[in-house]
Write a protein that binds this ligand. Sequence first.
Ligand code: N01
Length: 541
Amino acid sequence: MASKGEMMPDLDAIIVGAGFGGLYMLHKLRQIGLRAIIIEAADSVGGTWYWNRYPGARCDIPSLEYCYSFSPELQREWHWTERYAAQPEILRYLDHVADRFDLRRDIRFSTRVTAAQWDEAADMWHVTTDAGDRITARYCIMATGNLSMAKTPDWPGIEAFAGPIHHTAQWPREGVDFAGKRVGVIGTGSSGIQAIPEIARTAEQVVVFQRTPSFAVPASNRPLTEAEIAATQAEYDRLREEARASFLGFFGGPNPGSAAAASEEERQATYERAWNAGTTGLLQAYEDLLVNEESNATAAEFARGKIRELVKDPETARRMTPQGYPIGARRLCSEIGYFEAMNRPNVTLVDVRETPIERVEADGIVAGGQRYPLDMLVLATGFHAMTGALTAIDITGADGLKLREQWADGPRSYLGLMIAGFPNLFMVTGPGSPSVLSNVVLSIEQHVEWIADCLAAMRDRDATRIVPTDEAERDWMEHVDAVAQTTLFPRANTWYQGRTRDGRNVFMPYVGGVGPYRERCAAIARDGYTGFAISNEWTAA
Ligand code: N01
């Protein structure tokens, strides 16, 4: 390892990942005059929207909100065609962003970062890739996404399945032909619920293997009109500002008042309107739905009633009806024709809690003693969420500290931005920040701008190392947990939870609200980066 004076790093920063986070990070670092590159495993940009090409994939936050705000020109020139854009359109948008800001020349595609090692003597990271690169950089910025490491079940016999197996998050670029095929779909989270109706349209037969039924609301998707695009364009600045100050980072907020306090009649009318208002509608019907159990139960019962109305076979409806967890505590799914698809004669539901999957055979799955002949499997089984992409990289911080070990009892961070013991390593929307429980594009922009401001301040003061103190990290984690416990989120078993080695849950996103979180990050920076230790004594830690 080199000493500080001896060796300068190859680059100011290495950014890992070319999705929404990495692309803006690169643009921003260039703007402040830093030398940076992105290293990206895929052969093009897009991140989650590159990989998740399964049929039916689309955003569940309105397109006019689920896009960058940093460039007024970009915001003006891009015209979304649908209220909730489908994956190909979002990918086209990110391709356009990469071209418009000339980002590709600083992206190494088809290259996976395998290791990153902190060099304490030289204040830099040594980054290794599967292409054999060894690159040094002062800063390493993980824009690796919260949902990017696909999770694959390990049922006995799965390797012997003779037909194709497609994970929704690793969908083949050329698409998949389901015609004449008997398709087993495993998983009924957001991905499965979006994919199943599309697969059922052309497959000979679909067998859906469901473990936990999800609450799902109609997407109420439709083409955007010129008039509504113009109306949003005219108000964009105000709407964006309000979203930044809001709880979830959306345009508009929840209706004031408590569901529990409303009359039954008023509640039903409100829920009925909210049901058709798009994917964020129902949970915004009353402001206390995610904190008041009694209120939440009224919304959950309303959604259960909809399932009973929409799913014709009472036994299938019973199995599909979520019980035992608050609505919204697991990600509320957005559906287009999901419940109707379950009425089709070519679709069968298997409840794997009642009849567990025993094994996979060359041409089928055996569950609960029954054999389901299948030609193809679609795994909509989700992700090693929030931590998987980071722990997949062999990250070694100060004093040989391994991130995998540091996070063995769940992720720890200060503000979801940095980790004690890992100097100059930043995360874009890391665990401990609002991230997945917000409009994530808005949260990405906030992190990117905070990180860029921090690096500019470091450069201006000739500082070469920043790291959160153990104490600041501990206090932040206690706060993240305390806030989560005031909500209903921890009452569900979800990918929002990490696990300690002794089996306790660790709630990972920060649910204290986008607005208050932003305020706090801004104040910390303004006050000289409180809670951080910075080299050359420029610190208010
Ligand atoms: O993954 P999930 P996802 N045997 O983890 C089941 C975002 N997203 O890809 O719930 C049997 O939600 C698992 O069962 P259980 C969004 O934030 C957004 O669908 O663990 N079943 C569950 O049903 C979302 O929340 C959109 O009991 C197994 C399913 O597989 C997040 O990504 C679209 C199993 C996994 O559901 C993840 O969604 C898509 C096993 N061994 C995704 N293992 C939008 O709309 C897992 N399951 C924008």
